[in-house]
Ligand binder design. Sequence first.
Ligand code: HEC
Ligand code: HEC
Ligand code: HEC
Ligand code: HEC
Ligand code: HEC
Ligand code: HEC
Length: 392
Amino acid sequence: MKKLNLRNLLMIIASGLMFIQCTTDPVIGPAGADGTNGIDGVDGTNGLDGTNGLDGADVAVCISCHSDNHRDAINDAYAMTKHATGTSWARGTSAGCAQCHNNEGFIDFQETGAVNPAGYAVSNGITCTGCHDMHRSFDFVNDGNDKALRTLDPVTLIVDGGYTFDAKNESDVLGKSNLCVNCHQPRTAGPDQTVAEFTVTSSHWGPHHGPQSTLLDGIQGIEFSSVGISAPGSAGHKSNMSCVACHMSTVDDGHSWSPADYASATCTKCHGVKTEVAGFATGMVELAGLLADVVGWEYQYEVDVDGKLVKDVDGNYIMILDGNGDPVKNSAVGVVHDGHPNNGSQGRGATFTSAQAGAGWNYLFLLEDKSNGVHNPIYAKALISQSIEALQ
Ligand code: HEC
Ligand code: HEC
Ligand code: HEC
Ligand code: HEC
Ligand code: HEC
Ligand code: HEC
């Protein structure tokens, strides 16, 4: 779509209106060259009195939202948030991270399905132009106001191409929250439970830092049983609430992204003031304790005098062998320590049963979600209790 700014658009409407008035003028011109075509009206605009145009929308409505006055609070709030100031945006120059950690990368990915393979020169947090683009319709009365969001489309998950997350419901009729899901989703899936063991090879193992949408939908946890697990997308906070409804209802038009006050009408329309997910904090402490004690194993590798891993002529790390020529295995204690995954004392992989690793995965998932279980209280509690059981 051709990019317009508000001032140009209003001028086009104004010239469209003049044209309509000219052609209804009864004076008949002499035969000859046709007059220059007028600029088409927007969607066959039928407004006449100069305040109505654009499918009947009142131009005063446009101006009220587009005024600096209305935007000052939004600009101020945005400038204070992690979307503007967070340190992770520095990672967005590399192509592997730019889709979610760079404004241009996000725009490219939304428009073309790919980022620049060479990465981006400038690191840039998500800005107004990342999340906003152009209105799909000016008929706000019938179509709703999309606030010119860049995307409203349901999102196919990175970790499961067969699963599409759609935020649309009574709290978010247009699906504005789908915008958020593009970034706030996991990057890797949990350990395969159909094999016996799982090796943690990265100190960044886990779903990555933004698995909020999958917790909301009640998916992507390692489910050891069906107890407490309901159909995907059916939880109270997913079926009737949404990212935007909970995080963008504040007076600065939501651009602090702070969740609504627990005592506000946004939350109390369904239940009394609930300040926490009962049992979440104690459950997480108990689970963390068990995870830190799990004993797995790791191979031992050759190191130099400084303790650095040594490579052979082919560039491979050298496993230490015992008298029988078998690799030496040492014990590796803890799937997760202090909120960090254990990839072994030499960083070459600590191996646990898939169930133990699954319990560790669930812990990291709930930790990285950062809502203390609020996004999906029942699923969160089920994952904690099932994980505790799996470790005992
Ligand atoms: C409730 C708020 C709201 C209303 C009402 C609204 N807009 Fe917008 N509009 C936005 C936002 C947010 C953007 C994203 C770009 C930005 O921040 O300016 C935008 C973008 C645009 C753009 C493209 C980007 C630009 O600013 O140049 C045009 C053109 C536009 N609006 C025209 C209109 C017109 C015409 C109306 C009235 C029929 C209207 N808008 C009503 C919020 C609104
Ligand atoms: C382009 C990707 C992207 C999009 C789109 C996006 N976010 Fe974020 N969001 C991030 C990143 C990255 C951070 C963390 C930045 C950091 O700390 O470095 C973040 C941080 C946050 C935070 C923590 C805020 C704070 O200041 O502490 C909240 C809450 C949040 N996002 C909610 C949302 C919601 C709601 C939406 C949709 C309206 C959304 N995000 C859209 C990437 C995104
Ligand atoms: C699918 C989107 C996505 C991709 C791809 C992605 N991230 Fe993130 N990342 C996020 C979101 C969302 C957050 C913020 C979550 C929050 O604050 O809750 C985040 C947060 C972070 C943080 C901040 C952690 C913290 O707790 O302060 C770092 C560092 C980070 N990402 C690094 C990377 C790196 C490096 C890459 C590429 C290898 C990458 N990310 C790829 C979505 C993504
Ligand atoms: C992370 C994504 C994101 C970023 C960044 C962002 N917005 Fe928004 N903005 C939204 C969403 C989502 C809505 C719709 C909220 C709703 O309808 O409840 C919105 C709504 C708006 C509105 C309409 C408010 C109203 O009265 O309904 C304006 C104006 C606006 N944004 C301007 C801005 C400006 C200016 C910036 C940059 C300083 C900005 N936005 C940055 C996501 C974003
Ligand atoms: C039912 C309301 C609700 C819904 C729906 C919801 N959130 Fe939240 N979210 C919260 C609350 C409340 C917290 C804070 C919990 C706490 O601090 O204990 C939170 C926390 C967060 C955080 C961590 C903020 C921080 O300070 O680090 C992020 C990021 C976030 N939500 C993003 C999202 C995204 C993205 C969506 C949609 C996929 C979403 N939320 C849907 C209520 C909600
Ligand atoms: C549309 C209805 C609805 C709204 C609005 C809503 N909730 Fe809930 N909430 C529920 C339901 C239903 C449950 C029960 C758990 C479930 O079904 O997932 C629940 C459970 C909770 C719990 C768990 C309590 C416990 O004892 O474990 C907390 C905390 C909570 N909500 C906080 C919030 C907050 C904070 C908001 C506003 C940001 C909010 N809720 C808005 C429907 C809602």
